[in-house]
Structure formats: C-alpha cells, structure tokens
Design a protein around this ligand. Structure first.
Ligand code: LMR
Length: 352
C-alpha cells in the first residue's frame, strides 16, 4: 500500500492535535471545571512559615536540633506552623545571615555566640578559655541566669533570643604539625570566629589569628591562608576539615554553643498560642539536644580515630597547665575591657 506524502502529513498533524488535546485534558488546561471545595485549604490562610537558615551540615548537633525543632513545631501546631530549614549556608552565611534575619528575609538563625560579639561584646564571656570544664557545667551555664541575661541583650538589637543549643567543646586541629605544647602555636595561622577574646587568646599564645567565615574555611585551608583552627569534632568531621588538618589535639579549651534567635517583629506578631508552641518545642528538646551534641561528637571522634591519616593527641595535664598559664592575662583583659562582673557570675554558676 502506497501512502501519499499528503496523507502522511495530515495523519501526523491529526495525531499531534489529539496528543495535545489529551495532555491538555489531563492538565485541566481546556476544562473550566471548578475544583471541589477542599476545606483543608482554608487552613492555608493562617499557615505560618518559619525559614530557619544555618551554616553547618545536617548531621551535626545544630543540624539535627533544627530538624527536631521543625518536627515538634509542625506536630504541635497540626501542620499550621511550617519550619523550612536551609543548612550548609545554602541561603545565607556568617556574613549575611544576621542582616537577613533583621530584614525579615528569614525568621530564625542559630549562630555561634562568638559571631554575635561585635554587636554584643558581653557575650565574649562565653569565649573565655578553660572556664567551663565539663558537659555538666556547660549544660548548667547554658540554661542558667547568665545565659538568660545574654539572650535578653538581643532585645537591644531588635532580635528575640529564644534559647542556647550546645555543640560541646572546641579542639585544636592543624595541618603539617600538631599543636600540643605552647611553642607549637608559634606563627600558626589559626582561623577564628569574629571575637576579640578569641583573637586575644591566640595572640597570647603567639599564633596568628585569621578571621574567616565557616563556609570559607575549607578554601582557606586549601589555599594555605590558614593552617589551623579551633572547632568541635563534629564540625571538623562533617566538613572534612580533617583531610587537611589531620592533627587534632583534644584540648577542650573552649565551648561552642548556639544562640537560637528570631526576627523580633515576626515574634511579636505571633499570637500567644503560637509563641507557646515554639517555646514548648524548645523546652521539650532541651535535654535531648545536649545529649545529642555529646553523642554526635563522640561518634565523630570514633570515626576520626579510624582514619589512618589522622593523628589524635590528648592534651595532658602538664601541657594543659602551660596553656592556661599563657592565657592567664585574658581574664583581666575581659574584666577591664569588656564586663567587670560577668566572669565572676559565670564562675559562681559553675561552682553552684
Ligand atoms: C564556626 O564558624 O566554626 C561555627 O560557628 C560553625 C557552627 O555554626 O557550628
């Protein structure tokens, strides 16, 4: 049978028309049918969306705390309050997340307290080394009256402080050679978060402090602009910093915790019931969060111990005391330049 070219063209044209009509029908393009009324959609009118941006990986103490918070809030509000999480600085980084929060681009962040010290210098009290010595003290301080005072200070920059989350203790990680004795600090280019106390800490140890945002650390290590940093095991592990900083000294010399905060106008516009849902969620997960931080850091340490290329050192008492001796002037520096009583208040809480 011979099919003429004309018939072939007409046939193809008709097939395409039928196909378009079928697709259009499936997508409701040509039908003007009014969709049945879905009374669940009325709920969308009073749906509240909280965009929560942070800079670390999802499998870290802050990452999983954000997830837990989301689940609790969404369950408690029957899905009326939605928490959208943006990890890994995918939306905003250390340099711009605070401004984005203030501008209402996002509603929640949880930066390390050190990153707030440019605006609230008193927060440097938590940066002081060798003051908080163990997890039990850390938990007491982060849930105690001094922490409440620090969170209240956020009001002065029009931010609502909600609570503190923990990521445990900072360790020293370095490339090329370990940092164990105080002499090992000499001329090391150590990445720090923006905090005068942290800068002073490494100046006293005769190192070279270099400020860098968290999402720049990997590049700066690669480009050898830095060759050491203080951070928690979970941050060193989850961001693969150990691939370059393969000497890790378990020094526990300082703490790393997060101030969970919200855009103030957003908070003020929430009704009491919704504010209570958020606060209840944070309270319910408080102990869980501290436990998770310990567990994740421990698990990540076990994983690092299995890495052949990574050497892990424990700071013994003698070396530790030498670090402390070098750092001794920092406490006076804080009292004279930052706050006269906060350090004493901190010590009193620890000893209670
Ligand atoms: C850092 O910059 O090293 C940390 O603050 C990152 C984080 O949020 O834990």
């Amino acid at each position: 049978m011979v099919i003429s070219l004309k018939n072939l063209i007409i046939g193809s044209f008709l097939s395409i028309l039928i196909l378009i009509a079928l697709l259009g029908y499936r997508q409701n393009i040509f039908t003007s049918t009014i969709l049945p009324y879905d009374d669940e959609q009325t709920g969308l009118d009073n749906q509240i969306v909280i965009k929560f941006s942070h800079v670390v990986a999802e499998n870290t103490p802050k990452g999983i705390a954000a997830e837990k918070f989301k689940n609790l809030v969404e369950t408690k509000s029957d899905g009326r309050i939605i928490v959208q999480i943006y990890p890994n600085a995918m939306l905003y980084n250390d340099h711009n997340e605070l401004q984005a929060l203030k501008d209402g681009e996002i509603q929640m962040i949880a930066p390390t307290f050190s990153k707030m010290t440019d605006y609230l210098p008193n927060w440097q009290v938590l940066d002081l080394p060798f003051v908080i010595e163990n997890e039990e003290q850390l938990e007491r301080v982060l849930t105690g009256p001094l922490s409440d005072k620090l969170l209240d200070e956020l009001d002065s920059i029009n931010i609502k402080g909600l609570t503190f989350w923990s990521n445990g203790f900072k360790q020293m990680a370095s490339s090329d050679s370990p940092i164990i004795e105080t002499e090992d600090f000499l001329d090391k280019k150590i990445r720090i978060m923006p905090s005068n106390i942290l800068e002073e800490q490494f100046n006293l140890l005769k190192a070279n402090p270099v400020e860098a945002s968290f999402d720049d650390v990997f590049n700066e290590l690669e480009n050898q602009q830095i060759n050491a940093q203080e951070n928690t095991i979970s941050n060193i592990y989850s961001k693969n910093f150990y691939e370059m900083e393969n000497h890790i000294t378990l020094s526990n010399h300082g703490i790393l915790s997060y101030a969970v905060m919200m855009n103030h106008e957003f908070w003020d516009q929430l009704n009491t019931e919704d504010q209570t849902i958020l606060l209840d969620a944070l309270e319910e997960m408080e102990i869980w969060q501290f436990e998770q931080a310990v567990e994740i850091n421990n698990n990540n340490l076990q994983a690092l111990l299995r890495e052949e290329a990574v050497s892990i050192y424990k700071l013994n008492k003698v070396s530790r005391n030498k670090w402390k001796k070098e750092l001794f002037p920092i406490y006076d520096y804080f009292k004279k330049n930052v706050h006269p009583t906060y350090l004493d208040e901190l010590i009193q809480e620890i000893n209670n």
